[in-house]
Each structure stands twice: as structure tokens, then as C-alpha cells.
Ligand binder design. Structure first.
Ligand code: NAD
Length: 479
């Protein structure tokens, strides 16, 4: 059954039929010029520019995300991705020629960027427009068809996405299925050529298991705990301002949000002082409360609100001390920005991804203990280091592993147009954004064109004579 208006299909709609239509269309898209992909991207861009206010309203009704944050982190980032693709697609789609060398004398070799085919995009609720349409931009840039499953926890944005797709694309090119895990489970039974999943590590494992049944390739953009380390050489005021911004953006519900903080014991007090200052001035007027501020979002739902309140109260019961915040209001899923000091490492706040406006702070004496601690945890999506010391920066680059890392800032590495974005192991598999997003949705096909007649390979055809053995010996020695 199709809701014509929003191109929304319910579970009883024949998924396999749309899948089949998309599979057939994918064969045609493969042959198309990149210029037609550009036309599709331009259609999305024009729709977004014409509907900015609707995107803003939809995410506001989903979790009171401030309008400015919606423009910045939902709309602008997707437009930037589209603009980069529009500028670069001709170059990205051009085969890369590679040298042949003597052993392939007379042949030509290149890498051809072939569309993977029919792709599934499953997205989370926390940046509901960006994390759905961003991957779609890469999928289209790479010449694929796509089925999208937006999050059920942001119904207003998901409905808008379905409306946009319905207005811009026939279902054999792009289709949207709304609903919760049951819809995802049904989609996951289909033999997609690629699955691009953004969400929690727990669900990422379910997706990968299902993908394995069809050997579908996967990009898994997952979460985890991103540590922040503040060295005694750091500019504390600058660090405090940046961390407050990165932590409170989207009310802490950001995959690359600073999750917990290790600070050198000698600089904790002045740092906390700066932090309290920026908490007071960055997201609200000084005389205003966070609850009154139009710049501060809410926790997505009751379940996550309760999870966070429980983690906060047990940390305090277990000995953590409240530096500031701790105000909550269940009627509005409101949690004020909260900083905790001396948080025991066994507490939920230090073990599980926080995904809310609570920042646990602990101190350290030397970097060995911090590096050792980080290396014992699942690999993070991001690591943040505030330090002016180049030797310390090098130590963290070489001695820790994370999907991304940023020195002297937080979160901004996410949107760098030329950097890959993604996790490693527990925090994800594969990379996205810009050229890396294009590659995630492309099969990098090896294309070798051999000469006719004599080839260097023929020198090694049987019968395996002594001369051929000598040739092989030379090859092994010099090539
Ligand atoms: P989630 O894993 O609960 O849900 C993501 C998607 O999976 C949704 O569309 C949901 O409907 C579906 N889903 C949920 N349970 C399922 C199940 N049992 N079977 C099949 N599908 C299921 O994640 P979320 O709560 O929406 O998002 C928050 C998480 O996403 C955090 O862990 C965050 O760090 C992570 N995240 C990662 C990135 C990144 O780029 N790496 C970006 C944003 C969010």
C-alpha cells in the first residue's frame, strides 16, 4: 500500500517489487553520463534551498532543535556535500590510469569507479535530515539507486524526507520506507549491493550479520565514547569554549560529541572556571535559564531521558561530585548542561556512550596512564587532544587508535570537506563524506587491457623449461 502523497510504503507493500525495479534501473544508471547524476544532485539542492524552513520546523517539532543548529548541522552540511560533489564528480568518475611496469609490457591498467547498484541507507534520529540525505548524496553521486529507512524517533523529519524523495524521484531510483526496527529487519533480508548504516554499535552488529547472509558490503557509521584530553600546555580558555560548544550542540546527542574528559591535575580548577563561564554565555543569555533558552535542544525521548538521569544519579551515589548543572524536568525531557568531577571509572557514565549534555571529568598525572586507559577501551569514533606540545600530539597520533582525531578543537573534523569520516572496529567500518562517500558507494573495479599477440605473461606459460625458471628467478629478484 502506498501513501501517494508522501511516497511512504508500509510493511505490507511488496518490497521485493520495488527492489526489483531498482535493480533494473541500476543497470541503466551504470551506463549514464555523470552529467545526469549532477542533474539529480541539483534537484536535491534546489529542493533543500526552497524548503529550509520546513526542515527547521520538522527537526524543531521532533526534539526542539534550535533553528540555527538545524540550518547549520542539517541543511548547510548537506548542501556543502552536494556542492563538493557537483564540483568534483567529473574528476571522481574518471578512471584512474596506473603504470604497467615491465611485467605488464604493452598493457594498460586503470581503476574504474562502477556504481555498486541497489543501496540501502538506514539512518538514526540525532541528525535526522543530514544523516539520511548526506549518504543519499554520495549514493547518487556514485550512480546508484537507493532505498532509505529514516528513524522512527523523528517522525516529522522522516515524513518530510519521504515527501522530498516522493517529489524528486521515481521509486525505481529512490524510495523511502518509514517505520522502526521491524521495517529495517524486513529490508535487511534483501540482497542489497551496499548497506550504509548510521546508528548504535549494537544495531550495527545486527545489520552486519544480516548483510553477511547476502555478502552485501557495508559502511557502518557507529558511535561510542570519544575522549578529550587536556594537557597542562593547553590554552584552557580556548579549550573550555570549544568543548562547551561541541558538547552542547544538539544537547550532547552527537556521535562525535566530547564524551568524557581527562585533564592534567594541575590545570583542572582554572579549566572548570572557564567552562562554567562559557556554559553561562554560549547557549543562553546570562540572565536566562537553559530551560528558557531557544538555543538549547531537548533529549529525544523519555527512554533516553531516564537512561541519562539514572546514569547521573548513580555516578553521584558512587562518589562523583557535581560541578554544575544537574537540573532535570521529565515533562520536557530537559537535562541542563552537567559537569561532574572525579567520576569513578566503573560507572555507566564512564563505560557507555553518554549521548547527552553530561560531561564527566577526571584528572591525570602523566600521559602514559591516559594512553593506556584509552587503549583498553573500544576504539573511539573521535579523539580530542588540547595541547601545544608537538611531542604530546605525536604520541597520541602514534599511540592511540580512533576513527578521527582532532587537536585543539572538537567536532569540526566531521565536516572537513576533504577528510574521510568514520570509525574503526567498535565505532564503525568504512568511511564517508565527499570523495570517501563516493568511494563507499562505488566498486573500484580493476580494468586491465592486454595487448594481442606476444605478452610478457606468455614468457612463463608451460612447458616450464630451465630458461623459464631463470626468467622467473630474475623477476623474483628485481620486480
Ligand atoms: P539506533 O542504532 O538505535 O537506530 C538506528 C537505525 O536502526 C534506526 O533507523 C532504527 O529504526 C534502526 N534500528 C533500531 N533498532 C533496530 C533493530 N533491532 N534492528 C534493525 N534496525 C534497528 O541508533 P539511534 O539511537 O537512532 O542513534 C544514536 C546512535 O547512533 C549513537 O550510538 C550514535 O553515536 C550513533 N551515530 C553515529 C554516527 C556516525 O556518523 N558515526 C552519527 C550519528 C549517530
Amino acid at each position: 500500500m502506498i501513501d501517494e502523497k508522501h511516497q511512504t510504503k508500509t510493511l505490507d507493500f511488496d518490497l521485493s517489487e520495488v527492489f526489483l525495479q531498482q535493480s533494473q534501473k541500476a543497470l541503466l544508471l551504470r551506463k549514464e553520463s555523470y552529467k545526469l547524476r549532477i542533474d539529480r544532485l541539483k534537484k536535491i539542492k534546489a529542493w533543500i534551498l526552497a524548503n529550509k524552513a520546513k526542515i527547521r520546523d520538522a527537526v524543531y517539532s521532533d526534539f526542539k532543535k534550535p533553528g540555527f543548529e538545524a540550518d547549520l548541522s542539517e541543511t548547510f552540511v548537506v548542501l556543502a556535500d552536494i556542492n563538493l560533489a557537483l564540483k568534483s564528480l567529473k574528476k571522481w568518475t574518471r578512471p584512474t590510469s596506473l603504470p604497467a611496469g615491465l611485467t605488464y609490457f604493452g598493457s594498460s591498467a586503470s581503476v574504474v569507479y562502477e556504481p555498486k547498484g541497489v543501496c540501502l541507507i538506514i539512518s538514526p534520529w540525532n541528525y535526522p535530515f543530514n544523516l539520511c540525505i548526506g549518504p543519499l548524496v554520495s549514493a547518487i553521486a556514485a550512480g546508484n539507486t537507493a532505498i532509505i529507512k529514516p528513524s522512527e524517533l523523528t517522525p516529522n523529519t522522516s515524513k518530510l524526507i519521504a515527501k522530498m524523495v516522493g517529489e524528486l524521484f521515481p521509486q525505481e531510483e529512490v524510495a523511502v520506507y518509514q517505520g522502526g526496527p521491524e521495517v529495517t529487519q524486513q529490508l535487511l533480508r534483501l540482497p542489497f549491493n551496499h548497506i550504509f548504516f548510521t546508528g548504535s554499535s549494537a544495531v550495527g552488529k545486527i545489520v552486519m550479520e544480516a548483510a553477511a547472509k547476502n555478502l552485501s558490503s557495508v559502511t557502518l557509521e557507529l558511535g561510542g565514547k570519544s575522549p578529550v584530553v587536556i594537557d597542562k600546555t593547553a590554552d584552557l580558555k580556548d579549550a573550555a569554549e570549544k568543548i562547551v560548544w561541541g558538547k552542547l550542540l544538539n544537547c550532547g546527542q552527537t556521535c562525535v560529541s566530547p564524551d568524557y574528559l581527562f585533564i592534567h591535575e594541575g590545570v583542572k580548577e582554572p579549566f572548570l572556571h572557564h567552562m562554567k563561564h562559557f556554559l553561562d554565555v554560549l547557549f543562553k543569555q546570562p540572565e536566562e535559564s537553559f530551560k528558557e533558552s531557544p538555543n538549547y535542544a531537548r533529549i529525544i525521548n523519555k527512554k533516553h531521558y531516564q537512561r541519562l538521569c539514572e546514569a547521573l544519579s548513580t555516578a553521584i551515589e558512587d562518589g562523583a561530585s557535581l560541578v554544575c548543572g544537574g537540573d532535570v524536568d521529565e515533562t520536557d525531557n530537559f537535562i541542563s548542561p552537567t559537569v561532574l568531577d572525579n567520576v569513578p571509572l566503573h560507572t555507566t557514565l564512564m563505560r557507555e556512550e553518554i549521548f547527552g549534555p553530561i560531561l564527566p571529568v577526571n584528572t591525570f598525572k602523566n600521559h602514559d596512564e591516559v594512553i593506556q586507559y584509552i587503549n583498553k577501551q573500544p576504539k573511539a569514533l573521535s579523539l580530542y587532544l588540547f595541547s601545544k606540545d608537538k611531542h604530546i600530539q605525536k604520541r597520541y597520533r602514534l599511540e592511540t587508535s580512533s576513527g578521527t582525531a582532532c587537536v585543539n578543537d572538537v567536532v569540526v573534523q566531521f565536516q572537513h570537506p576533504h577528510l574521510p569520516f568514520g570509525g574503526v572496529n567498535e565505532s564503525g567500518i568504512g568511511k564517508s563524506h565527499g570523495h570517501f562517500g563516493f568511494l563507499a558507494f562505488s566498486n573500484e573495479k580493476a580494468w586491465l587491457k592486454q595487448r594481442i599477440g606476444f605478452t610478457s605473461a606468455k614468457l612463463l606459460y608451460p612447458p616450464y623449461s630451465a630458461t623459464k625458471k631463470s626468467i622467473l628467478d630474475i623477476l623474483m629478484k628485481y620486480f
